[in-house]
Design a protein. Structure first.
Length: 219
């Protein structure tokens, strides 16, 4: 489990390809201070397991499914990546709850400066957009961001200078692809309301409803 608060920018040093997999060697500093074999580190928002390390690098294996569903397939040696260690019990939750399991890959379609901020529009697949709401949370390449606005297929985020400087989004350009993870709360709500509708069809009634959530301020 992660928070979407990137700890540092790492650098991909090597990608060794298997037939349908890859092993990444990534340079880091902060994430290596207390690393152990088997630890989880989010790389561009993807939860990966440390399989080797020294005082400058760590290695992770990426299976075929992860390569297909994320932008890790597109990385090249020298590319910067967002790094975050797993959340520890008792840590401040500065962002939002991020699982490190990517829902889809989006594409940056526009960037526009507004005073100190950079407004960034990202086109996303429907399996992501159905959970996107104005002022809600979304993880973009592992970065916890607030949705400024959204349409049926595009959402907007606003980057302050610190976020642009400390994450890969400051280096991204129109046309670049980014990993997206929707807010897990929305997925739980969908599941629960689905059971509610099923209960109605079967005549059982009761349970969680959209009206109840709206009344309590969740929608």
């Amino acid at each position: 489990m992660f928070t979407g608060i990137v700890e540092e920018l790492g650098k991909l040093r090597k990608m060794r390809r298997g037939s349908d997999s890859a092993r990444l060697t990534i340079e880091g500093k902060a994430v290596l201070t207390d690393v152990k074999l088997g630890d989880s580190i989010a790389v561009n928002g993807v939860c990966l397991t440390v399989v080797g390390f020294n005082d400058r690098f760590f290695e992770v294996d990426v299976m075929a499914e992860t390569l297909r569903k994320t932008n890790l397939e597109e990385l090249k040696p020298g590319d910067l990546v967002n790094l975050e260690r797993a959340l520890r019990v008792g840590d401040r939750l500065g962002g939002h709850i991020v699982s490190g399991h990517i829902d889809g890959v989006g594409e940056i379609v526009s960037q526009r400066r507004e005073d100190i901020a950079v407004l960034t529009d990202i086109r996303a697949p429907v399996e992501v957009m159905k959970y996107v709401v104005r002022k809600g949370s979304i993880a973009v390449d592992g970065i916890s961001l607030t949705v400024v606005d959204c349409t049926d297929d595009v959402f907007r985020v606003s980057l302050i200078p610190h976020t642009a400087e400390m994450t890969t989004l400051g280096y991204k350009r129109v046309g670049d692809r980014v990993n997206l993870e929707s807010d897990i709360i929305g997925r739980y709500v969908e599941r629960l309301t689905g059971f509610r509708e099923k209960g109605r069809e079967e005549g059982s009634g009761g349970g969680l409803t959209l009206d109840f959530l709206a009344e309590k301020g969740f929608l």
